[in-house]
Design a protein around this ligand. Structure first.
Ligand code: SAM
Length: 286
């Protein structure tokens, strides 16, 4: 098959391939990344949005495949990202709006999307240091909650997120969207409950678990003298006893009104701003 004219509707212009057909095999592969099975097999994921993709590149992430809609052609920032993709051995596709909408599963898609390799940090490499906060999530199920937590973790300067047990996939499109790019900023770790508990014993950290039956007001806990691991429970069932028992403190956020509990991402946000209160100043960052 000639490289510049393929039967599947792809045409190579310099380093960029023009694709207009939904049947193009690369387009099909990218579309398949909507499925966890395909993401697991290829160990890649799709992220959308020019700013987010530039931020990822600046943080050292490498694009496997860059896809941009025809409207992006000639735009300096898009061209720059395309050049960086080619320079690091990636593929660049210029696609029709129809193909872009289909890849991103949106009627009004972003102009640019990119396939990145997944990154996981090994639990044994996590050695919490002074002033660090790590967040451990027990069986988080909701992609929007996970994305919001990763974004909030980034905003407060937390060091990473440990996914304990059977969690929703952080590389799903929904979660990636909800992180608004923050998933490129901090490491993700996965562990079974047993691995997490064994790891905890090897660290000099304060494990603060949030629990609706917690006896301690979250505002009274010492978050300064040791690195903190903040453990949050599953949306439906809360923390199981085996994890709650390992905590150095069981914290509760006081509530009034009729709601039984706070949404997981909201509770995590409330906790994180308290855990890191002494480290956050208006002139300390943005
Ligand atoms: N039905 C669940 C239960 O009984 O635990 C509710 C879980 S709640 C929606 C999800 C998680 O958010 C909890 O496991 C806990 O980690 C945290 N959470 C929510 N509200 C909280 C509060 N008032 N105090 C402490 N943690 C809270």
């Amino acid at each position: 098959m000639k490289d510049d004219l393929r039967h599947d509707g792809a045409r190579r212009v310099g380093q960029v391939k023009e694709v207009t057909s939904l049947a193009n095999p690369i387009v099909k592969e990218i579309k398949a990344l909507a499925l966890k099975k395909s993401r697991d097999q290829s160990r890649t994921f799709l992220a959308e949005g020019l700013k987010l993709i530039i931020d990822a590149l600046d943080r050292g992430w490498i694009i496997r495949t860059l896809v941009y809609a025809k409207a992006g052609k000639g735009k300096p920032m898009v061209e720059k990202v395309a050049a960086r993709t080619v320079a690091s051995g990636g593929l660049v596709l210029e696609v029709s709006e129809k193909v872009m909408a289909s890849i991103t599963r949106r009627e009004n898609p972003q102009m640019v999307a990119a396939v990145f390799d997944q990154r996981w940090m090994a639990l044994k490499e996590v050695v919490p240091a002074r002033d660090q906060t790590w967040i451990a999530l027990d069986r988080v199920r909701d992609p929007g909650n996970l994305g919001t937590i990763v974004r909030t973790a980034d905003a407060v300067g937390a060091s990473g997120v440990i996914l304990v047990g059977d969690c929703t996939d952080p590389f799903s499109m929904e979660t990636v969207r909800a992180t608004m790019g923050s998933m490129f900023a901090l490491p993700l770790v996965k562990a079974t409950p047993a691995e997490f508990l064994a790891w905890k014993k090897t660290t000099d950290t304060r494990l603060v678990a949030t629990h609706l039956a917690g006896a301690v007001d979250y505002r009274t806990i010492d978050y300064r003298s040791k690195p903190v691991v903040l453990l949050m429970g599953n949306e439906q069932s809360g923390l199981p006893d085996e994890l709650a028992k390992a905590a150095d403190a069981l914290a509760r956020i006081p509530q009034t009104g009729t709601a039984d509990s706070l949404n997981l991402a909201v509770a995590t946000g409330v906790m994180l701003f308290e855990v890191r209160r002494h480290l956050l100043t208006l002139d300390g960052g943005k």
